[in-house]
Design a protein around this ligand. Structure first.
Ligand code: 5RP
Length: 232
């Protein structure tokens, strides 16, 4: 029952976000279960005549777009996007995010950077006061012991992410490994993000603080949705 409620919230958020897409837009297509609902709605709107072109954030998004018949291109051919729709694992009230449960945060960060507007779709459980989720960190395999040691030095507890239907480490879409790092508390997310992202060997961590100014968070609840924006 709880799962059905969450799914209802995800569905409402995803569909609302898809309705923000306008004719001819270049659309970043995020990764995860909530964005799937946005893609389903985009397909309905394409059937009604909407034209758009998607730029996927992962192999999952690419495969889904292909299966749905959503036209797509890559960041290599288009690096100015009108909007990106993506999910998150936790969102705080300053519109900072933890992403990367799907190990796609490096490409998701590139797409967020390229987009004029970032629309984050979540169910209401993900809006939190203080971050508590582990921070996913994509790391060059060669540098995993070094990065794990530095994360420990920052007070974190790093764990190499293991595959579910694969033995050994998860390999990302970029051929790297993922460390999930739990911190006793995250008091300054911006500083932690910078400290992790500047470690040699790190591709990207899942803390996203720098996009808050162009972010809309769409929160799907039991009955409807609400949106959060930064006061400009
Ligand atoms: C993948 C992500 C996802 O967007 C995030 O994990 C949310 O996924 P879901 O909508 O399935 O809860 O960051 O790397």
């Amino acid at each position: 029952m709880a799962e059905q409620t969450q799914d209802g919230g995800k569905r409402r958020a995803g569909r609302y976000a898809a309705d923000l897409v306008e004719e001819g837009m270049m659309v970043g297509l995020g990764t995860g279960s909530t964005v799937l609902y946005a893609m389903e709605r985009l397909v309905e709107r394409m059937d009604e005549g909407l034209s758009l072109c998607g730029v996927p954030t992962s192999y999952q998004a690419e495969l889904r777009a292909r299966a749905f018949g959503i036209p797509q291109t890559s960041l290599a051919d288009c690096c100015e996007l009108d909007i990106a729709i993506d999910g998150a694992d936790q969102v705080d009230r300053s519109l900072r995010l933890i992403k990367g449960r799907g190990a796609a945060q490096t490409r998701e960060r590139c797409i967020a950077e390229a987009a004029r507007r970032l629309v984050i779709v979540v169910d209401e459980r993900k809006l939190i006061g203080t971050f508590s989720a582990p921070v996913p960190v994509e790391v060059l395999p060669f540098a995993v012991p070094l990065v794990a040691s530095r994360l420990t030095g920052m007070g974190g507890s790093p764990v190499i992410r293991e595959g579910v239907a694969k033995d050994g480490p998860v390999i990302t879409d970029n051929g790297n490994w993922v460390i999930d790092c739990t911190f006793p508390s995250i008091d300054d997310p911006e500083a932690l993000e910078t400290a992790i992202n500047t470690l040699p060997g790190v591709l990207s961590c899942g803390l996203f603080c720098e996009f808050a100014g162009k972010t809309t968070v769409v929160i799907g609840g039991k009955k409807g949705i609400r949106t959060l924006h930064t006061e400009m």
